[in-house]
Design a protein around this ligand. Structure first.
Ligand code: 15L
Length: 273
């Protein structure tokens, strides 16, 4: 049977670990890469590589024979400018360039809602289905800046080299929305929906550059799903199931109640939190 080969960077992270279990298919090989050892389970349908997305030689090896890259690797919240620049911006460039040199056809980039964290919740309420997925960058942190840079790099690699690039602006992808508090009732992307969305991005026919929101069809959703639906994504989950458990959680106040980035909008810039 011909094998589809997918490289997942950041495979030992929260999203990577959840996707490892969910993106397995007959006839598909998952190559799992992370700076932390993803753990080799000895499965014939997995390759495991340990190392950094900043290591160009390792990335060249990782991209050999690969059809699609799912780039989840990087720092997942605020950090120093030096670390963000190295891991998230330079690292994404290294991944994209290794993919280009290896002739990888498709790259899926895990961006974040924090690329547009300083967009107002009231703006989201104006759109027919919420904040459009192609809203221009309004980052709330250096981390958000790195996600905007990631999106720009993806656009460049599509336009220059014809690579198929899908950017997913992920909301809050955790087993459940509880760690995020009430905001998570709007921003949650369930693990199963995340897998459905990655499958839609893996099934594209024509090379393009597209930006979609990565959220479940939450009752309190503020991000548009129109763009992801065009890709074939159908969400089955809604964070509202957890609303009862969050009834006593504090309501947002100040900037966190005004902007879609929530608490990231007031987190100390450049400080790990
Ligand atoms: C993100 O981009 C982070 O990686 C994640 O840890 C969550 O905090 C999420 O955004 C969010 O906005 O809830």
């Amino acid at each position: 049977m011909p094998q589809e080969r997918i490289l997942i960077t950041g495979a030992a992270g929260i999203v990577g670990t959840m996707m490892r279990e969910r993106l397995r298919r007959p006839g598909r090989l998952l190559r799992l890469l992370d700076v932390a050892d993803p753990g080799d389970h000895g499965r014939p349908d997995e390759d495991v590589l340990t190392g950094s997305v900043n290591d160009a030689a390792l990335m060249a090896t990782a991209c050999e024979g690969i059809d699609s890259v799912i780039h989840l690797g990087g720092i997942s919240r605020e950090n120093s400018w030096a670390n963000i620049l190295q891991v998230n911006i330079d690292g994404t460039h290294t991944v994209l360039d290794a993919a280009r040199q290896a002739g990888v056809r498709r790259v899926i980039l895990a961006s974040s809602n924090h690329a547009v964290g300083f967009r107002r919740l009231s703006e989201a309420a104006e759109g027919p289905d919420g904040l459009p997925a192609d809203s221009t960058a309004r980052p709330d942190t250096y981390y958000g800046v790195s996600k905007a840079a990631m999106e720009a790099l993806g656009s460049l690699y599509h336009s220059r080299f014809g690579m198929d690039v899908t950017v997913i602006r992920i909301g809050s992808c955790f087993p459940d929305p509880l760690p995020i508090g009430k905001r998570g009732l709007a921003t949650w992307l369930s693990p199963d929906d995340a897998a459905r969305l990655f499958e839609s991005a893996l099934a594209t026919q024509e090379p393009d550059y597209r930006v979609v929101w990565g959220v479940s069809d939450n009752t309190r959703r503020v991000y548009s799903l129109a763009e992801a639906r065009r890709l074939g994504y159908v969400s089955h989950d809604d964070a509202e199931t957890y609303a009862g458990q969050l009834a006593d959680a504090p309501d947002a106040s100040g900037p966190a109640a005004t902007y879609v980035g929530g608490g990231f909008c007031t987190a100390a810039l450049g400080e790990f939190n």
